[in-house]
Design a protein around this ligand. Structure first.
Ligand code: XMP
Length: 523
């Protein structure tokens, strides 16, 4: 989906680990931006994209190396402001006649550094150096450094290891910094981006209200009077996609919600009630618990479980979708981080830790065209759009829940009895977390039921019941995670409640593994 109605900023990606954060900071400033790998940014691309400003990202290469990544010359000739960051600064300096030196000696800097202002002032730094210390903390991460700035540039700020920490050619509106303003360790970095986009003339026209109107128009244009199928998972992304599509095309949309018998307590009914009864969407509630649980019977290997669920999910989805006459489109809640084509310098394929449950390949198999109305959004923008569309906060703020559901929270063989116990224990745990006001602080929390029975004593009697593990993590994106530091009081109270309220569990443990080396789920 193109968005030419907005002022657009282009981020040319030279492979930095934190390029996505630049986009995050800009979106927070209501600026529409896209990340494109430098290899794709040709003269024609630039003409078509018509950016109002350009940012060169950081990157791991050295500009001293022949064949190292470059922007096209045309980027400098478009008359638009450019901001170069780290490697982006070095590229800009070298391209425009300055010098860069390898950082073998004492000039490499990694980590916290402090920048002080030079004589020359610029609006780029308005709001900086205001806290009385006369300096700003920044995050440096560079080996090479600029040793001679390009003609036309002035120095705006220096740090002990970077005499050219902030440079600017005010006439051409080219700015370049040696540090990373997008990371949290540069506390005032957002102000720098704000100044840059303001100087470039952005009006901050990227809001979810505006996005909603535009997306609706585009969906109508794409779909016409054809029918669309949308798989509802109960998660935020597919829910927001469905609500948006329903706003656009009403009853031309049919949702399929596959209940595989591995959902949480009352989850299936709640999702269907919300979409069907409150929001008037057409929802097919595919009650396929028997099929899934039947095929999973006796299976304890985690990968086999995942593969069975993935395969059945596709079969079932296809079966129900085939019944919807005249469907030509399949809607998916794909987000922007999934579509950013990042620059890979390692090249090699990464190992599969877990085969994720997804419906990739389904559209081709079914001969359907894709509608992906969230392709341009980050997760928090999706949440905002969800609010805009009237989805309740309690729903939008939900913790992520994996496609294979409780199957991967039930190590060993899955039985109906264990699932029942797990559902109840999970409900008590989440209730505790909500009551203590911790739900939004935690990225994801759940119970896993362990494949062991342990001996206990309740009243005067011996018990021989399952042990369970509580899991709660903080995370930004699920890629890495830390266990949540609950108080002992909280843990004790929760263990007591679970043992008293859930028949079948007589022992509660707390999982204090971070990721890595653990994963968030148990399988
Ligand atoms: P792991 O366990 O890999 O989980 O650390 C990271 C995040 O991904 C979720 N997860 C999945 N989500 N299909 C999904 O849609 C899956 O197959 C799947 N496996 C794990 C997990 O809940 C956590 O949020």
């Amino acid at each position: 989906m193109n968005t030419p109605e907005h002022d657009r900023l282009l981020i040319i990606d030279f492979g930095s680990q934190v390029t996505q954060l630049i986009a995050r900071r800009l979106r927070e400033l209501n600026v529409y931006c896209e990340i494109h790998p430098y290899q794709n940014v040709t003269d024609d691309f630039l003409t078509e994209f018509a950016p109002k400003a350009i940012i060169f990202s950081g990157g791991p290469d050295s500009v001293m190396r022949e064949g190292s990544p470059r922007p096209p010359r045309k980027a400098y000739e478009m008359g638009v402001p450019i901001l170069g960051i780290c490697y982006g600064q070095q590229v800009m300096m070298q391209d425009l006649g300055g010098k860069v030196e390898a950082g073998e000696h004492a000039t490499a800097e990694f980590g916290r550094a402090y920048v002080t202002p030079s004589e020359t002032r610029s609006d780029l730094l308005s709001g900086w150096f205001m806290d009385g210390t006369g300096r700003e903390q920044v995050w440096m991460s560079h080996g090479d450094h600029v040793s001679e700035i390009a003609p036309g540039f002035d120095v705006l700020g220096t740090s002990p290891g970077a005499p050219f920490a902030i440079t600017a050619d005010t006439e051409r509106r080219f700015y370049a910094v040696q540090f990373h303003p997008e990371v949290h360790h540069t506390p005032n970095g957002k102000t720098l981006y704000q100044n840059f986009v303001q100087m470039a003339g952005f009006t901050g026209d990227w809001t979810m209200g505006a996005y909603r109107e535009e997306a609706i128009r585009k969906i109508k244009e794409q779909v016409g009077d054809k029918r669309v199928i949308c798989g509802l998972s109960g998660g935020v992304d597919s829910s927001v996609a469905a609500a948006l599509l329903h706003d656009a095309i009403g009853d031309q949309l049919t949702c399929v919600f596959v209940d595989h018998g591995l959902l949480r307590l009352n989850e299936g009914e709640e999702v269907v009630a919300m979409f069907r009864d409150h929001m008037n969407l057409q929802v097919i509630h595919a009650q396929e618990q028997e099929l899934f649980l039947g095929e999973l019977d006796g299976v304890s290997d985690p990968e086999t479980k995942r593969k069975i669920i993935g395969r059945l999910f596709i079969d079932v989805f296809q079966k129900y979708a085939n019944e919807i006459e005249g469907a030509e489109f399949l809607a998916q809640g794909t987000l922007y981080p999934d579509v950013i084509e990042s620059v890979s310098f390692s090249g090699g394929p990464s190992v599969t830790i877990k085969s994720h449950h997804n419906v990739g390949g389904l559209p081709e198999k079914m001969g359907l065209k894709l509608v992906e109305p969230l392709r341009e959004l980050f997760k928090d923008e999706v949440r905002e759009l969800g609010r805009e569309l009237g989805l309740p906060d309690s729903f939008i703020g939900r913790h992520p829940f994996p496609g294979p559901g409780l199957a991967i929270r039930c190590p060993g063989e899955i039985t109906r009895e264990k699932l029942e116990i797990l559902r109840k224990a999970d409900a008590v745990y989440i209730d505790q977390i909500r009551k203590h006001g911790l739900y939004d602080e935690i990225w994801q929390a759940f119970v896993a039921i362990l494949p062991v029975r342990t001996v206990g004593v309740m009243g005067d009697g011996r018990t021989y019941d399952y042990a369970c593990a509580l899991r709660a993590v903080t995370s930004v994106d699920g890629m890495t995670a830390d266990y949540y530091p609950f108080s002992h009081d909280f843990l004790g109270e929760t263990a007591t409640r679970i043992i008293n309220e859930v028949k079948g569990i007589n022992r509660v443990t707390y999982d204090i593994t971070s990721k890595p080396p653990g994963t968030i789920e148990w399988e």
